[in-house]
Design a protein around this ligand. Structure first.
Ligand SMILES: N[C@@H](CCC(=O)N[C@@H](CS)C(=O)NCC(=O)O)C(=O)O
Length: 203
């Protein structure tokens, strides 16, 4: 059988999320680098894989295709300790995953992309990205004051999804020092995922 193929950009948190899960679970796969800024996700070949024109895209050994970072993580993490067995905790994990896609990623990831990767000046950016992004960080801070992880005392997919862009929030002009519990949680999750720490020492 063919190897699992993961199409993604290595600067994209959405693409790293499923890669971290595959790595953590020891699932062999081939990473295929796709630049999400240069039109590579809009070619006919790529659109045949994902008509939404976005990475990540994952091709299973039998050729079936999965898109959406959180859906791909859920597929592989099924039955692992990254998904709580308790129904309430599992639903809380989903609560964070849905919230991430609507209230965190569209603000924080988008501001990082426009400011850091596309080099836009602050006055060219929608001001609501900063206010809504800070509101998202404050929401996480409130939870992480109470529990070491977003759902109780163990790493779940909620942490993996939310750390992806929170760890790079400074590149979008967010001051993570204002959120000390979030900052410490980022380090905790990066350590457990065995990934590089990217938050600056004071920022
Ligand atoms: N909700 C999607 C978002 C995916 C997404 O926004 N991908 C970006 C890279 S981070 C992309 O492929 N952009 C290229 C484009 O939209 O043309 C997910 O979680 O997978």
């Amino acid at each position: 059988m063919a190897t699992i193929k993961l199409y993604g950009s290595s600067v994209s948190g959405n693409c790293l999320k499923p890669k971290w899960i595959l790595d953590r679970l020891g699932i062999a796969h081939e990473w295929i680098e796709i630049d999400s800024f240069d039109g590579s996700t809009r070619t006919p070949e790529f659109l045949a894989l994902n008509p939404a024109g976005q990475v990540p895209v994952l091709v299973l050994e039998d050729g079936r295709i999965l898109a959406q970072s959180n859906a791909i993580m859920l597929h592989f993490a099924e039955g692992s300790d990254l998904i709580p067995r308790d129904a309430y905790d599992r639903t809380k994990m989903f609560e964070w995953l849905f919230w991430e896609q609507y209230s965190h990623e569209p603000q924080i990831a988008v501001r990082i992309a426009r400011k850091h990767y596309l080099g836009k000046r602050d006055d060219e950016l929608d001001p609501s990205l900063l206010t809504k992004g800070n509101a998202a960080l404050a929401r996480m801070e409130l939870q992480l004051k109470q529990t070491p992880f977003l759902v109780g005392d163990a790493l779940t997919l909620a942490d993996v999804a939310l750390v992806a862009y929170t760890r790079k929030a400074h590149l979008g002009g967010f001051n993570v020092e204002d959120y000390p519990y979030v900052r410490r949680w980022v380090s905790r999750v990066e350590e457990l995922l065995e990934i590089e720490s990217v938050l600056p020492a004071n920022g």
